[in-house]
Ligand binder design. Structure first.
Ligand code: 1HN
Length: 342
Protein backbone atom coordinates (compact mmCIF):
# COMPACT_ATOMS: atom_id res chain seq x y z
CA UNK A 1 0.00 0.00 0.00
CA UNK A 2 1.43 3.39 -1.04
CA UNK A 3 2.51 5.73 1.75
CA UNK A 4 0.34 8.82 1.54
CA UNK A 5 1.33 12.47 1.82
CA UNK A 6 1.44 14.09 5.26
CA UNK A 7 0.33 17.50 6.46
CA UNK A 8 3.98 18.54 7.00
CA UNK A 9 4.70 18.14 3.30
CA UNK A 10 2.22 20.87 2.42
CA UNK A 11 3.12 24.58 2.35
CA UNK A 12 2.24 26.26 5.64
CA UNK A 13 0.29 29.08 3.97
CA UNK A 14 -1.77 26.50 2.04
CA UNK A 15 -2.69 24.61 5.24
CA UNK A 16 -3.57 27.92 6.95
CA UNK A 17 -5.79 28.91 4.07
CA UNK A 18 -7.54 25.55 4.24
CA UNK A 19 -8.09 26.00 7.98
CA UNK A 20 -9.60 29.47 7.52
CA UNK A 21 -12.08 27.96 5.06
CA UNK A 22 -12.91 24.98 7.38
CA UNK A 23 -11.31 22.56 4.97
CA UNK A 24 -9.06 19.59 5.71
CA UNK A 25 -7.08 17.40 3.29
CA UNK A 26 -8.19 13.78 3.54
CA UNK A 27 -5.03 11.96 2.49
CA UNK A 28 -2.96 12.54 5.67
CA UNK A 29 -5.76 10.84 7.69
CA UNK A 30 -6.77 8.23 5.15
CA UNK A 31 -4.84 5.27 6.58
CA UNK A 32 -5.86 5.99 10.17
CA UNK A 33 -9.53 6.12 9.16
CA UNK A 34 -9.31 3.00 6.99
CA UNK A 35 -6.54 0.78 8.32
CA UNK A 36 -5.63 -2.16 6.09
CA UNK A 37 -7.51 -5.47 6.55
CA UNK A 38 -8.86 -4.94 10.06
CA UNK A 39 -10.08 -2.11 12.27
CA UNK A 40 -7.79 -0.64 14.89
CA UNK A 41 -9.68 -0.49 18.17
CA UNK A 42 -8.91 1.75 21.11
CA UNK A 43 -10.67 -0.78 23.34
CA UNK A 44 -8.13 -2.70 25.44
CA UNK A 45 -8.68 -5.99 27.20
CA UNK A 46 -9.62 -4.71 30.66
CA UNK A 47 -10.49 -6.24 34.03
CA UNK A 48 -12.49 -4.70 36.87
CA UNK A 49 -12.25 -6.55 40.17
CA UNK A 50 -15.26 -6.84 42.43
CA UNK A 51 -13.00 -6.77 45.48
CA UNK A 52 -11.79 -3.32 44.35
CA UNK A 53 -15.20 -1.97 43.33
CA UNK A 54 -17.32 -3.10 46.29
CA UNK A 55 -15.64 -1.15 49.12
CA UNK A 56 -15.32 1.98 46.95
CA UNK A 57 -18.99 1.79 46.01
CA UNK A 58 -20.08 1.33 49.63
CA UNK A 59 -17.92 4.34 50.49
CA UNK A 60 -19.80 6.31 47.79
CA UNK A 61 -22.93 5.33 49.72
CA UNK A 62 -21.51 7.16 52.76
CA UNK A 63 -20.12 10.12 50.84
CA UNK A 64 -22.94 10.90 48.41
CA UNK A 65 -26.63 10.70 49.30
CA UNK A 66 -29.06 9.60 46.57
CA UNK A 67 -30.45 13.15 46.19
CA UNK A 68 -26.99 14.27 45.10
CA UNK A 69 -26.35 11.37 42.75
CA UNK A 70 -29.72 10.38 41.20
CA UNK A 71 -27.90 7.16 40.23
CA UNK A 72 -25.05 6.19 42.57
CA UNK A 73 -22.69 4.53 40.15
CA UNK A 74 -19.00 3.88 39.69
CA UNK A 75 -18.28 3.58 35.98
CA UNK A 76 -16.10 0.74 34.70
CA UNK A 77 -14.04 2.72 32.20
CA UNK A 78 -11.68 1.24 29.63
CA UNK A 79 -8.25 2.90 29.95
CA UNK A 80 -7.66 2.42 26.22
CA UNK A 81 -10.61 4.68 25.42
CA UNK A 82 -9.71 7.32 28.04
CA UNK A 83 -11.23 7.05 31.50
CA UNK A 84 -13.14 10.33 31.12
CA UNK A 85 -15.08 8.95 28.18
CA UNK A 86 -16.88 6.43 30.43
CA UNK A 87 -16.72 3.68 27.81
CA UNK A 88 -16.02 -0.02 28.19
CA UNK A 89 -16.02 -0.32 24.37
CA UNK A 90 -17.11 1.87 21.45
CA UNK A 91 -20.81 1.27 22.17
CA UNK A 92 -20.91 -0.23 25.67
CA UNK A 93 -21.06 1.62 28.97
CA UNK A 94 -20.68 -0.33 32.23
CA UNK A 95 -21.36 0.91 35.74
CA UNK A 96 -21.76 -0.64 39.16
CA UNK A 97 -24.75 0.87 40.97
CA UNK A 98 -25.55 0.92 44.69
CA UNK A 99 -28.96 1.43 46.30
CA UNK A 100 -29.10 1.43 50.09
CA UNK A 101 -32.07 0.17 52.14
CA UNK A 102 -34.92 2.69 52.06
CA UNK A 103 -33.54 4.59 49.08
CA UNK A 104 -35.29 5.29 45.78
CA UNK A 105 -33.63 6.18 42.50
CA UNK A 106 -36.21 8.49 40.90
CA UNK A 107 -38.21 7.75 37.76
CA UNK A 108 -36.87 8.86 34.40
CA UNK A 109 -36.65 7.66 30.83
CA UNK A 110 -33.98 8.14 28.26
CA UNK A 111 -32.94 7.23 24.75
CA UNK A 112 -30.08 4.83 25.68
CA UNK A 113 -31.06 1.19 26.21
CA UNK A 114 -30.08 -0.30 29.55
CA UNK A 115 -29.89 -3.72 31.13
CA UNK A 116 -28.87 -4.66 34.65
CA UNK A 117 -27.25 -7.76 36.04
CA UNK A 118 -27.86 -8.00 39.78
CA UNK A 119 -24.66 -8.71 41.73
CA UNK A 120 -25.59 -8.66 45.40
CA UNK A 121 -28.45 -8.05 47.82
CA UNK A 122 -32.18 -8.55 47.89
CA UNK A 123 -35.33 -6.53 48.40
CA UNK A 124 -34.95 -4.05 45.54
CA UNK A 125 -37.28 -3.69 42.59
CA UNK A 126 -36.93 -1.85 39.31
CA UNK A 127 -40.19 -0.50 37.89
CA UNK A 128 -40.13 -0.45 34.08
CA UNK A 129 -43.11 1.34 32.52
CA UNK A 130 -45.00 0.34 35.66
CA UNK A 131 -43.96 -3.31 35.63
CA UNK A 132 -42.42 -4.38 38.90
CA UNK A 133 -39.22 -6.39 38.38
CA UNK A 134 -37.79 -8.02 41.49
CA UNK A 135 -33.99 -7.91 41.58
CA UNK A 136 -32.27 -11.09 42.65
CA UNK A 137 -28.60 -11.93 42.14
CA UNK A 138 -27.88 -12.95 38.54
CA UNK A 139 -31.18 -11.61 37.16
CA UNK A 140 -31.02 -9.71 33.87
CA UNK A 141 -33.49 -6.82 33.80
CA UNK A 142 -34.10 -4.72 30.68
CA UNK A 143 -34.96 -1.06 30.58
CA UNK A 144 -35.29 -0.49 26.83
CA UNK A 145 -35.10 2.87 25.13
CA UNK A 146 -37.85 5.31 26.12
CA UNK A 147 -39.29 3.26 28.99
CA UNK A 148 -39.81 4.84 32.39
CA UNK A 149 -37.70 3.30 35.13
CA UNK A 150 -37.00 3.80 38.81
CA UNK A 151 -35.40 1.68 41.50
CA UNK A 152 -36.89 1.12 44.95
CA UNK A 153 -35.30 -0.70 47.81
CA UNK A 154 -37.26 -1.87 50.83
CA UNK A 155 -34.81 -4.61 51.88
CA UNK A 156 -32.29 -4.56 54.70
CA UNK A 157 -28.96 -4.90 52.94
CA UNK A 158 -27.34 -2.83 50.18
CA UNK A 159 -28.23 -3.87 46.64
CA UNK A 160 -25.61 -3.64 43.92
CA UNK A 161 -25.96 -4.32 40.22
CA UNK A 162 -24.05 -3.93 36.98
CA UNK A 163 -25.59 -1.49 34.48
CA UNK A 164 -24.94 -2.16 30.80
CA UNK A 165 -25.99 0.62 28.42
CA UNK A 166 -25.45 1.60 24.80
CA UNK A 167 -24.82 5.14 26.07
CA UNK A 168 -21.57 5.78 24.11
CA UNK A 169 -23.41 5.04 20.87
CA UNK A 170 -26.30 7.36 21.72
CA UNK A 171 -23.92 10.13 22.77
CA UNK A 172 -21.93 9.68 19.54
CA UNK A 173 -25.13 9.95 17.50
CA UNK A 174 -26.22 13.12 19.36
CA UNK A 175 -29.45 11.42 20.42
CA UNK A 176 -28.79 10.95 24.15
CA UNK A 177 -31.18 12.68 26.55
CA UNK A 178 -33.39 11.94 29.56
CA UNK A 179 -36.80 13.07 30.80
CA UNK A 180 -37.61 13.18 34.50
CA UNK A 181 -40.85 11.58 35.61
CA UNK A 182 -43.03 11.03 38.63
CA UNK A 183 -43.15 7.92 40.76
CA UNK A 184 -44.83 4.99 38.96
CA UNK A 185 -47.67 2.79 40.14
CA UNK A 186 -46.38 -0.76 40.43
CA UNK A 187 -48.12 -3.47 38.38
CA UNK A 188 -47.48 -7.18 38.04
CA UNK A 189 -46.23 -8.24 34.57
CA UNK A 190 -49.12 -8.55 32.07
CA UNK A 191 -47.69 -11.80 30.65
CA UNK A 192 -45.68 -14.50 32.34
CA UNK A 193 -43.13 -16.48 30.32
CA UNK A 194 -42.91 -19.32 32.81
CA UNK A 195 -41.58 -22.04 30.51
CA UNK A 196 -39.47 -22.12 27.35
CA UNK A 197 -41.39 -22.70 24.12
CA UNK A 198 -44.71 -21.54 25.56
CA UNK A 199 -45.99 -18.07 24.70
CA UNK A 200 -48.70 -16.80 27.04
CA UNK A 201 -52.05 -15.65 25.65
CA UNK A 202 -54.26 -13.15 27.50
CA UNK A 203 -57.80 -12.35 26.29
CA UNK A 204 -57.07 -14.27 23.11
CA UNK A 205 -53.94 -12.24 22.33
CA UNK A 206 -50.22 -12.81 22.33
CA UNK A 207 -48.16 -10.07 23.95
CA UNK A 208 -47.99 -6.87 21.92
CA UNK A 209 -45.11 -4.45 21.85
CA UNK A 210 -41.39 -4.82 21.32
CA UNK A 211 -40.31 -5.87 24.83
CA UNK A 212 -42.65 -8.59 26.15
CA UNK A 213 -40.15 -9.84 28.77
CA UNK A 214 -38.22 -7.47 31.00
CA UNK A 215 -36.88 -9.72 33.78
CA UNK A 216 -34.89 -12.86 33.01
CA UNK A 217 -34.69 -14.71 36.31
CA UNK A 218 -31.25 -16.14 37.02
CA UNK A 219 -32.76 -19.29 38.53
CA UNK A 220 -34.28 -20.17 35.15
CA UNK A 221 -31.23 -19.16 33.13
CA UNK A 222 -29.06 -21.35 35.36
CA UNK A 223 -31.44 -24.30 34.97
CA UNK A 224 -31.45 -23.86 31.17
CA UNK A 225 -27.64 -23.92 31.10
CA UNK A 226 -27.50 -27.03 33.26
CA UNK A 227 -30.00 -28.79 31.01
CA UNK A 228 -28.04 -27.79 27.91
CA UNK A 229 -24.77 -28.97 29.48
CA UNK A 230 -26.00 -32.56 29.55
CA UNK A 231 -26.19 -32.59 25.73
CA UNK A 232 -23.10 -30.46 24.97
CA UNK A 233 -19.67 -31.95 24.24
CA UNK A 234 -16.94 -30.89 26.67
CA UNK A 235 -15.00 -27.92 25.20
CA UNK A 236 -18.04 -26.62 23.32
CA UNK A 237 -19.40 -23.49 25.02
CA UNK A 238 -22.64 -24.15 26.90
CA UNK A 239 -24.40 -20.92 26.06
CA UNK A 240 -27.89 -19.44 25.91
CA UNK A 241 -28.94 -16.15 24.32
CA UNK A 242 -31.34 -13.78 26.06
CA UNK A 243 -34.01 -13.33 23.41
CA UNK A 244 -37.32 -11.64 22.90
CA UNK A 245 -39.61 -14.65 23.54
CA UNK A 246 -42.17 -13.53 20.93
CA UNK A 247 -39.74 -12.97 18.04
CA UNK A 248 -36.68 -15.01 18.98
CA UNK A 249 -34.58 -11.92 18.17
CA UNK A 250 -32.09 -10.12 20.40
CA UNK A 251 -33.66 -8.86 23.64
CA UNK A 252 -32.49 -5.28 22.92
CA UNK A 253 -31.96 -3.52 19.56
CA UNK A 254 -28.32 -2.67 19.97
CA UNK A 255 -26.70 -5.10 22.42
CA UNK A 256 -26.93 -8.89 22.67
CA UNK A 257 -26.84 -10.72 25.99
CA UNK A 258 -25.86 -14.32 26.65
CA UNK A 259 -25.16 -16.61 29.60
CA UNK A 260 -22.39 -19.22 29.58
CA UNK A 261 -21.58 -22.21 31.72
CA UNK A 262 -18.07 -23.63 31.95
CA UNK A 263 -18.03 -26.95 33.67
CA UNK A 264 -15.30 -27.76 36.22
CA UNK A 265 -11.93 -27.85 34.45
CA UNK A 266 -13.45 -26.82 31.12
CA UNK A 267 -11.78 -24.48 28.62
CA UNK A 268 -13.57 -22.95 25.63
CA UNK A 269 -12.74 -20.66 22.73
CA UNK A 270 -15.26 -17.94 21.92
CA UNK A 271 -15.74 -17.68 18.12
CA UNK A 272 -13.75 -14.69 16.87
CA UNK A 273 -16.02 -11.90 15.66
CA UNK A 274 -16.11 -8.15 15.16
CA UNK A 275 -18.28 -7.41 18.21
CA UNK A 276 -16.63 -6.03 21.34
CA UNK A 277 -17.81 -8.07 24.31
CA UNK A 278 -17.99 -7.72 28.09
CA UNK A 279 -18.19 -10.60 30.55
CA UNK A 280 -19.40 -10.68 34.14
CA UNK A 281 -18.81 -13.66 36.45
CA UNK A 282 -22.16 -14.42 38.08
CA UNK A 283 -20.87 -17.53 39.89
CA UNK A 284 -17.39 -19.01 40.13
CA UNK A 285 -13.84 -17.99 39.23
CA UNK A 286 -11.80 -18.48 36.09
CA UNK A 287 -9.17 -17.36 33.65
CA UNK A 288 -9.58 -15.47 30.41
CA UNK A 289 -6.99 -15.05 27.70
CA UNK A 290 -7.89 -12.02 25.58
CA UNK A 291 -5.30 -11.70 22.79
CA UNK A 292 -2.02 -11.42 24.77
CA UNK A 293 -3.66 -10.45 28.06
CA UNK A 294 -4.25 -13.05 30.77
CA UNK A 295 -7.08 -12.18 33.16
CA UNK A 296 -7.54 -14.22 36.35
CA UNK A 297 -11.05 -13.31 37.41
CA UNK A 298 -13.16 -14.10 40.45
CA UNK A 299 -16.85 -14.08 41.33
CA UNK A 300 -18.52 -10.74 40.36
CA UNK A 301 -15.52 -9.50 38.37
CA UNK A 302 -16.14 -7.90 34.97
CA UNK A 303 -13.81 -7.88 31.95
CA UNK A 304 -13.91 -6.93 28.31
CA UNK A 305 -12.57 -8.01 24.94
CA UNK A 306 -12.28 -5.75 21.88
CA UNK A 307 -13.85 -6.79 18.58
CA UNK A 308 -11.84 -9.43 16.65
CA UNK A 309 -10.00 -10.45 19.82
CA UNK A 310 -9.10 -14.08 20.37
CA UNK A 311 -10.90 -15.06 23.57
CA UNK A 312 -10.31 -18.22 25.58
CA UNK A 313 -12.12 -18.86 28.84
CA UNK A 314 -11.25 -21.46 31.43
CA UNK A 315 -12.79 -22.75 34.61
CA UNK A 316 -9.79 -23.77 36.71
CA UNK A 317 -11.93 -25.21 39.49
CA UNK A 318 -12.15 -28.99 39.56
CA UNK A 319 -15.45 -28.85 41.45
CA UNK A 320 -17.45 -25.64 40.99
CA UNK A 321 -19.18 -24.53 37.80
CA UNK A 322 -18.43 -21.10 36.34
CA UNK A 323 -21.35 -18.99 35.11
CA UNK A 324 -20.81 -15.85 33.05
CA UNK A 325 -23.15 -13.30 31.52
CA UNK A 326 -21.93 -11.45 28.45
CA UNK A 327 -23.05 -8.41 26.47
CA UNK A 328 -21.82 -7.60 22.96
CA UNK A 329 -22.31 -5.16 20.11
CA UNK A 330 -23.38 -7.72 17.47
CA UNK A 331 -27.02 -6.55 16.96
CA UNK A 332 -25.82 -3.05 16.21
CA UNK A 333 -23.09 -4.28 13.86
CA UNK A 334 -25.53 -6.62 12.07
CA UNK A 335 -27.95 -3.77 11.47
CA UNK A 336 -25.11 -1.75 9.98
CA UNK A 337 -24.06 -4.68 7.79
CA UNK A 338 -20.53 -4.78 9.30
CA UNK A 339 -20.74 -7.81 11.61
CA UNK A 340 -18.12 -10.44 10.72
CA UNK A 341 -16.93 -13.74 12.09
CA UNK A 342 -13.31 -14.51 11.24
C1 1HN B 1 -29.35 5.26 34.20
O1 1HN B 1 -30.55 5.77 33.91
C2 1HN B 1 -29.24 4.28 35.16
O2 1HN B 1 -31.55 4.13 35.52
C3 1HN B 1 -28.01 3.75 35.45
O3 1HN B 1 -30.28 3.05 36.84
C4 1HN B 1 -26.88 4.18 34.82
C5 1HN B 1 -25.82 5.65 33.22
C6 1HN B 1 -25.90 6.62 32.31
C7 1HN B 1 -27.11 7.19 31.97
C8 1HN B 1 -28.26 6.75 32.58
C9 1HN B 1 -30.45 3.80 35.88
C10 1HN B 1 -26.96 5.18 33.86
C11 1HN B 1 -28.19 5.74 33.54
Amino acid sequence: MNPLGTLDELPRDYVEELTRANLVPLWPSMRALLPPQAPRSATLPAHWRWTAIRPLLLRAGELTPMEKAERRVLVLANPGRGLDNLQASAAIYLGMQLVLPGETAPSHRHTPNAARVVVEGEGAVTLVDGESCAMEPGDLILTPTGQWHEHRHVGRVPVIWLDVLDLPLMVYLDVSYAVEGTSQTAQAPAYSYAAGGLAPVAHGRRAQGPYPLLRYEWRRTREALQALASSTEPGTPVQVAYVNPETGGDCLNTLAFAALLLRPGEEVVIPRDSAARVFHAVEGDGEAQVNDTAIAFEHADTFCAPGLATVRLANRSSRAPLYLVSADESPLQRKLGVYEQR
